[in-house]
Write a protein that binds this ligand. Structure first.
Ligand SMILES: Nc1ncnc2c1ncn2[C@@H]1O[C@H](COP(=O)(O)OP(=O)(O)OP(=O)(O)O)[C@@H](O)[C@H]1O
Ligand SMILES: [Mg+2]
Length: 217
């Protein structure tokens, strides 16, 4: 599903933040990605979200070499990926419901279908009352729940989640972990970055550990 071969990444020329990362995720697997602050977790996810490029090595996803993917091919890949970014990136001019439904709109679903799916999900995440609110009026945890809903609404082939439970209390964090598990059981490959060792210890999934941009074995 995903293979990285000797991948390096640098934001500024000569300043590598990922070094020689090789890994392989089987289709339908669930992995944690952990490591100290600054280790490169978000950088690795940004690479998989095709937001930044590897400076060395190769990245294969869904059976294709995407290392030097053309810009025009980006949407085709991104449609298959759900992502929860660490800073949420909700669209401020849209309501909560419109943010959550956006991936379905992009995929061309009808307004009736979108409304039904969005309502069901908002109900489940406890944000129905805020459906018409703008993101700026939400608490950190409410924004996070909105971002998660937007990432899972299409039931993507690959879910990338960057500290998705960082702003949630432990009860809500578990509830969302069960949502990710349920998605995983229907075939979604999950990669979840967190520095929460307690959360990791509650689940029996393999953990990838980054330290100073290097994957620990
Ligand atoms: N846009 C950027 N430009 C330059 N350097 C960056 C940029 N984003 C991150 N870095 C650097 O890359 C390294 C890895 O950062 P990254 O955000 O991937 O770490 P992280 O493991 O996600 O940390 P955290 O747990 O705090 O979220 C850090 O040294 C950071 O300073
Ligand atoms: Mg990060």
């Amino acid at each position: 599903m995903l293979t990285l071969e000797h991948v390096a990444m640098e934001y500024l020329p000569g300043h590598e933040v990922l070094h020689d990362v090789s890994l392989s995720l089987a289709p339908g697997s669930f992995h944690f990605l952990t490591g100290p602050s600054g280790a490169g977790k978000s950088t690795l996810l940004s690479l998989l979200w095709l937001q930044s490029r590897a400076s060395q090595g190769n990245v294969y996803m869904f059976g294709e070499d995407i290392t030097r993917l053309e810009r025009a091919d980006l949407p085709r890949f991104r449609r298959r990926i759900g992502i929860v970014l660490q800073d949420y990136r909700l669209l401020e001019h849209l309501t909560v419901a419109q943010n959550v439904g956006l991936p379905l709109k992009v995929a061309g679903e009808s307004n009736e279908e979108i409304d039904a799916k969005v309502e069901e999900l908002l109900e489940w995440i406890g944000l129905s009352e805020h459906r018409d609110a703008k993101p700026s009026t939400l608490s950190g945890g409410q924004k996070q729940r909105t971002a998660i809903a937007r990432a899972v609404i299409t039931k993507p082939d690959f879910l990338l989640a960057d500290e998705p439970t960082g702003n949630l209390d432990s009860e809500l964090a578990l509830r969302f972990m069960y949502l990710f598990e349920a998605l995983n059981q229907t075939g979604t490959t999950v990669l979840l970055a967190t520095h929460d060792q307690q959360l990791i210890s509650l689940f029996d999934y393999p953990t990838l550990r980054l330290k100073d941009g290097t994957l620990q074995s």
